[in-house]
Design a binder for this molecule. Sequence first.
Ligand code: SF4
Ligand code: SF4
Length: 144
Amino acid sequence: MMPSAAEKDYLVIVQCHLVKERCSGFHCEKAFHDRSGGFTNYSAQQPLRLLTMTCGGCCGRSLQRKLINLLHLSHKREQMDRSRIMVHLSTCITKASHHGPVCPHLDYLKELISRLNLDIARDTWISKTAEKRRQQGLYPSDPP
Ligand code: SF4
Ligand code: SF4
């Protein structure tokens, strides 16, 4: 069963470490602000906190340590339950674009997040241009 967006109030965007070497993350934040792309399930009235982090670089293993740190501190300081958190994998991880193909470690990243019993959502910003190019077959196809 898909986790309910209405039950979440703390979103974590995980971004590709390599892509973030040249990206500020502006479009991820804009999609969150506008509740577009991967954030359409959240209402504009829903109070949401947002944290961004990168996977830490291939193969993404340090993501586990970062998320454990978040779980530890959020529980210690705010008694936050992990069920309130949703982890969004940024579109530069989940879809092919001019930044590159889909992350070759996507399944591994999902496994790391799932092992911590955190819910996962795909995508952040969806570029119209990139969507069109994907449909035209100009980028490698997305995984199922
Ligand atoms: S999805 Fe776009 S804005 Fe977000 S980190 Fe990736 S390249 Fe940057
Ligand atoms: S593991 Fe994937 S998301 Fe992380 S840096 Fe490598 S390609 Fe990017």
